[in-house]
Design a protein around this ligand. Structure first.
Ligand SMILES: Nc1ncnc2c1ncn2[C@@H]1O[C@H](COP(=O)(O)OP(=O)(O)OP(=O)(O)O)[C@@H](O)[C@H]1O
Length: 366
């Protein structure tokens, strides 16, 4: 069987500004109907990558292919308007003087009138805005305008959609609804989507695949579940959620901590390690006359702590503890409305199967 050809493939893209590599050897493949999120902190080079694919900026080296055909390298360049790429940005602007129908039909000028109208109505139906077909942008809410922008970008049946933080101008409740709706429409069109975002929640909600970007490089790539549950390093854990860290040193492939010993297979003796875990993987137990829970094989030793702060956050509460053993702070989230008082003494255990043990090059840089 012939291997499937990616809808979009970029190979070894590089771009420097003022001698600094802002996109540093980035390669990616996206299949038709697949949503890939380029996720990373502000300034890591996401938008620059997108602009090179769109053709509004030229790479210093590397190449871009659509359906297996070269569209751009350092010698050859298909202009942006002939790349069949749809664009949606945060500051998407509808044309204020054009009706909703004419906004959506803007890229369909060569189509005959009846087919054009049919495509416009079909898309407006799918974004649930058919009733506004003859209205004007100023009559629509922000969320409705966003949906018109999506319909406009999809109208010419682009082979690829590039989206740069397209939902960041919307308020929270509306954003979730529009994200879900947008995803449904994009999947129906079988477009390959590259979505740029700095919000892990957005990437987890939208992506089939996440490409985690840092300092111009893609450092990890995979399904959201894999990227979240098998992070590359401490920074990757922290990027997705709060993270607690214990410092230890390895001896005999074990790292000794106040929570008991952690396996560190293959790590040489004397290596400093960070044991990283998320607040939701801390278990809390009451103090029973100065005693903690009986240790279990899976959760190791319990450590005593005092509640410093507890915040109710709706579905869960976030509790900050000061640890007896060294005065450091650990965070735990607990479901529902358990809200301990500051000063309460409790015992913490950590879910061993949810901890990550990362060797650190030197303690001073950790
Ligand atoms: N035209 C330019 N000239 C000089 N430096 C630039 C230019 N465009 C971008 N940069 C720099 O390149 C780096 C990457 O920018 P880019 O916009 O790609 O990042 P980003 O990850 O999309 O960030 P954000 O999420 O804040 O948009 C930044 O440090 C930025 O200042």
């Amino acid at each position: 069987m012939q291997a499937a050809i990616p809808r979009l493939e970029i190979r070894n893209l590089k771009r420097r500004y003022d001698g600094r590599a802002v996109v540093d050897d980035v390669s990616l493949q996206i299949m038709p109907g697949q949503v890939t999120c380029l996720l990373g902190p502000s300034g890591c080079g996401k938008s620059t990558t997108l602009r090179m694919i769109a053709g509004v900026e030229m790479q210093d080296s590397g190449s871009i292919y659509v359906d297996g055909k070269l569209i751009c390298d350092t010698n050859f360049r298909v202009p942006p308007e002939r790349r069949e790429i749809g664009l949606m940005f945060q500051d998407f602007a509808l044309f204020p003087h054009l009706s909703v129908a004419d906004n959506v039909g803007f890229g369909l000028k060569t189509m005959d009138k009846a087919a054009r109208r049919a495509r416009i109505e079909d898309l407006l139906e799918r974004v649930d805005l058919k009733r506004f077909v003859d209205g004007y942008p100023h009559q629509l809410s922000g969320g409705e305008q966003q949906r018109v922008a999506l319909a406009r970008a999809l109208a010419p049946r682009p082979r690829i959609m590039l989206m740069d933080e397209p939902f960041s101008g919307l308020d929270n409740r509306l954003r979730d609804e529009i994200r879900d709706h947008t995803l449904t429409v994009l999947k129906e069109e079988d477009t390959a989507v590259l979505l740029v975002t700095h919000e892990p929640d957005e990437a987890m909600r939208m992506a089939d695949e996440i490409a985690l970007m840092r300092d111009g490089k893609i450092v990890q790539q995979g399904a959201p579940y894999n990227v979240y549950t098998r992070p590359l390093d401490r920074a990757s854990v922290s990027f997705f959620s709060d993270a607690n860290v214990l410092h230890a040193e390895v001896s005999g492939a074990l790292a000794q901590t106040p929570f008991g010993r952690f396996l560190a297979p293959g790590v040489p003796d004397g290596t400093p390690v960070d044991i990283v875990f998320r607040p939701q993987h801390v278990r809390i137990d009451f103090d029973r006359g100065g005693k903690g829970p009986v240790p279990t094989a899976t959760d190791g030793t319990a450590a005593r702590a005092t509640v410093a702060r507890a915040r109710f956050m709706g579905n869960e509460s976030l509790v900050e503890f000061v640890m007896d053993y060294d005065g450091s702070t650990l965070k735990a989230t607990v479901p529902n409305v358990f809200l301990p008082q500051p000063g309460a003494v409790m015992w913490l255990t950590i879910r061993r199967d949810r901890c990550f043990v990362f060797p650190v090059a030197s303690r001073s840089t950790s």
